[in-house]
Design a protein around this ligand. Structure first.
Ligand code: FES
Length: 173
């Protein structure tokens, strides 16, 4: 049976291990939804000042998508770097920032977008987070920011520069 990477010769168990391992420096990113789930993302893959899109990290050595756990699901947004907080600027790659898609309250996916304020909202209990401030909590019940991934550019692609800056998952579930 073909693996996720198609050409991979890894045993299934090894591929599972890679798919469930957390994002690591050098991983590239692909869209989690839509038709194209294999092309490495660049800044131009994202519409500036628009709502979050979901993405997965990919192990570059094996082209294995790390979609073995929802804790690896990311939300990406793209901004003029000037509107990012100082910390956000440090984490961004050409204005693109990445946070976990998993709410820090009770681990729902943060899927909603409040266009008026440029905030992401969790549909479960309506916590809001600011992607321009490195995932800061704007409105509870969540009390902890969305863990973020520092990004970098490599050969025109967006890649992970550092692991998550906090524990991914909910505080009450
Ligand atoms: S799980 Fe997100 S606000 Fe409760």
């Amino acid at each position: 049976m073909a693996g996720l990477a198609g050409l991979s010769v890894l045993p299934a168990s090894a591929q599972d291990d890679i798919a469930t391992a957390p994002p690591a420096p050098g991983d590239y990113l692909v869209f989690a939804g839509g038709e194209d789930r294999t092309t490495p993302l660049t800044p131009d893959s994202l519409v500036p000042n628009a709502g979050q899109v979901q993405a997965w990290p990919v192990d570059p050595a094996t082209d294995t998508v790390r979609n073995g756990t929802l804790y690896n699901l990311l939300v990406l947004t793209r901004w003029d770097p000037a509107v990012l907080s100082p910390e956000g600027q440090e984490y961004a790659a050409e204005g693109v920032v990445a946070q976990t898609a998993i709410c820090t309250h009770a681990a729902c996916e943060v899927t909603d977008w409040i266009a008026d304020s440029f905030h992401m909202e969790c549909p479960c209990h309506f916590s809001r987070f600011d992607p321009r401030q490195n995932g800061a909590v704007i409105q509870g019940p969540a009390t902890r920011k969305l863990p973020a991934l520092a990004l970098a550019m490599e050969d025109g692609r967006i890649v992970v520069k550092a692991p998550f800056d906090g524990r991914v998952g909910g505080d009450t579930a």
